[in-house]
Every structure is written in C-alpha cells, then in structure tokens.
Design a protein around this ligand. Structure first.
Ligand code: NAD
Length: 353
C-alpha cells in the first residue's frame, strides 16, 4: 500500500481533492491508503492553529502528500503567524521540499483559450518552471520598524546560500536532460547581490551537464519573452518570488488556473502535490470548481513519487479525451463547447479510465 497524506483544505479544496481521490482509486484500485489531514483555515477553527503538529507528522510519515488549497476571507484577519498560508509554508518546510515543478503546456483542445496570438501559440508551448521554494524573501527576515524620523518602515530580506542554489539547479538540469536540454535561469543579477551568487552557482552546476544549453535572463525581460516567444523555453529555473510571479503568468498563457498541477520535491521521492490555484471562495460549494489541476497533480504524484508512469499517462490521456469531446467547466468554457459541473468533469474523466 502507498500511504498518501491528503490535505483537502478550505474552499474548493475538498471538492477537487475528493474528485482526485476517486480518479486515483479508479486508475489503480486498492493501491493507496489515503489519510485525511487538517490544515489551513479549517485547522484554525478546530485546533486554533493552521498546521497542528499531528498533521505535519502524518505528512512527514507518508509516501507523498496531496493538497487541495487553503485560505479564505474568513481567516483574513488572523495575525500573520496564524494565517492559513502559514500552514502551507510550514508543510513545505516540514517536508523539506525545495523544488516546485510547474508544467506549462497547452492542451491541444484548449489552444483557442490561449490569449496569445495564434501564430505564437501555434509554435507549441511546453515548458516547466522549476521554482526554488524554501528560500528567498518569503523565508527571509521580515521586520517592521520606525525610522529615526518617526516614519513607519518595513523590510524583507532576500537571502540565498550556495547549497540552496546548487540543489535546485541540479533539479532543473536533470529535468532538462529528459527533455529538450535547454535551461533558462532567471534572475536580476544586474541589481541584486543574491542574484549574482545565483548566476555564478548555476554556471558552476551547468559544467556537470555539458549537453544542456544554459541561458540567463533578467526577470523583467523573461516576463516579456514568455509572452513573445514561449515556444523557446524548455526548463526555467528561478528563485522563489520570481518563480511565484512567472508561474502565474505562465498559467494564463496556457489557459485556466484551474488546469495546472504542481509538484514540490525534496531530496527523496516523497513530494507534495497540489493544483496551483487557491481555495476560490467565490465559487466554493457550488460545484463549479474545475478538478483537472488537482487530478493532474495526482498524476504527477504517480510519476514522481511512485514510479507509476503508465497510470500517470492514462490519467493525462483521459483528461485530454474529455477536453477533446468539448466538455468544459466554467473557467475553461468557450462558445460551442458544453458547460458542465465539477462533479460531471470528474465523472467524465473516470469514465475514460
Ligand atoms: P484563487 O486561485 O483561489 O482564485 C482566483 C480565481 O480563479 C477565482 O476567480 C476563482 O474562482 C478561479 N479559480 C481558481 N481555481 C479554480 C478552479 N479549480 N476552477 C475554476 N475556477 C477556479 O486565488 P485568490 O482568489 O487569489 O485566493 C483565494 C484564497 O486562496 C486566498 O485566501 C489565498 O490566500 C488562497 N490561496 C491558497 C493557495 C494554496 O492553498 N496553495 C494558493 C493561492 C491562493
């Protein structure tokens, strides 16, 4: 049995997670032991904190963790140290995952949903963003203070050490070896000292992968090139904050935020798998949530944690077929296609399996 810790979370989290568990059970019956874990807003309500120690322990002992999404307006006024997102950062840190993998690929049936010009989209879009996940500004020192002039001020520190850069660079180069062998490292080395270290360490790691071509781009330029020539990217590697922003940009290039999975990996095979979207409080409880992002996150879990590529392929093909038949949840609906609910989407995927 493969033990999977499952964090349904808040908002649409439980809806998309339940759909995914059914899909996983269908593609490989009696293979998984799912253990539900409380994290996020629901954990604040129940236990007074977003990530109870017991929840983290279950995730740490599991072979992989599957997460829906956390957060919502109900908890927006919590103090910073007790917000649902704190649970998210805590679980990433506790699982020692440092590499976030987000594929940006156009599903052929959704090509018309790509907001880019047809001649640009037609060249094909299929790249992966490898984002550093446990360093940089989000984990640096955060401080509010008063200046000597009596003005309110604040600072957040962006810090990277060599080993953090080296290990994420290896993830990117290894991924590139199984793909088109191009790594683009994105930084702001013309201004930031941490970026200059980033660039020099990435260049050192590149020497171990002579077959892979390494390019460097400044993050502002990269945000333009992703729209101008997305087909030229294969594997992008970048630090936490730049990766956070660029991966949302990439999600819009390839369609809805509801379609995209992500994997967060550490030194071993045990990863954290989740869709890139949040808890979507605006549509929670209305059966409108697109479960595909989470279903595909489940497929990534099969591939990266459990070495079950055949089953992962089956899920991805099932999703492709359903889209080919014109079935769409609201977020990916266009004229001429058929609007269905989140549960109907799940049923349609299961039927293809
Ligand atoms: P969001 O991703 O929840 O929603 C953005 C928009 O996309 C909304 O209009 C929503 O309806 C739509 N959307 C998102 N997922 C969808 C899906 N599967 N199907 C159809 N439509 C979908 O982002 P937000 O509104 O900025 O954040 C809402 C809450 O989620 C906040 O509390 C935020 O902190 C939290 N959040 C959590 C995570 C996470 O758990 N990993 C990530 C991002 C945001």
């Amino acid at each position: 049995m493969k033990n999977v810790a499952v964090i349904p979370g808040d908002g649409i989290g439980p809806e998309v997670i339940n759909a995914t568990l059914e899909v996983l059970e269908k593609v490989s019956p009696k293979t998984f032991n799912f253990q539900s874990v409380s994290m996020g807003g629901n954990a604040i309500d129940k236990y007074g904190e977003p990530l109870p120690a017991e929840s983290l322990k279950i995730c740490q002992n599991a072979d992989a963790t599957l997460l829906g999404a956390v957060g919502g307006p109900k908890w927006d006024n919590q103090p910073p140290e007790n917000r649902p997102e704190k649970g998210l950062l805590g679980v990433r840190k506790g699982l020692k995952v440092f590499a976030n993998i987000r594929p940006a690929k156009i599903f052929a049936p959704l090509a018309s949903a790509c907001p880019l010009r047809k001649d640009i989209a037609d060249k094909g879009i299929d790249f992966i963003i490898v984002r550093e996940l446990t360093g940089g500004i989000y984990f640096g020192k955060h401080e509010s203070f008063t200046t000597p002039e009596g003005e309110r001020a604040a600072r957040d520190v962006m810090e990277y050490s060599e080993h953090e850069i080296r290990r994420i660079a290896h993830v990117a180069f290894k991924m590139a070896m199984g793909r088109r062998k191009i790594v683009t490292s994105i930084d702001k080395a013309n201004i930031l000292t941490s970026s200059r270290l980033w660039r020099s360490v990435v260049e050192e790691v590149a020497k171990e992968y002579p077959e892979v071509k390494l390019n460097h781009l400044y993050v502002d330029n990269a945000s333009m090139q992703l729209i101008r020539v997305p087909s030229e990217f294969d594997v992008i590697v970048t630090e936490n904050t730049f990766g956070d922003i660029l991966s949302d940009e990439a999600s819009q290039i390839v369609g809805s935020i509801g379609m995209i999975p992500s994997a967060s990996l550490g030194e071993d095979n045990r990863g954290l798998y989740e869709p890139i979207h949040g808890s979507a409080p605006d549509i929670a409880g209305q059966d409108k949530a697109n479960p595909i992002g989470t279903i595909l996150a489940g497929a990534m879990m099969l591939r990266y944690s459990f070495n079950m590529s055949t089953e992962a392929d089956k899920i991805e093909h099932a999703v492709d077929e359903v889209l080919r038949e014109g079935l769409r949840t609201g977020d990916i609906y266009t004229e001429g296609t058929k609007l269905i609910t989140g549960s109907q989407m799940k049923e349609a995927v299961i039927a293809k399996l």
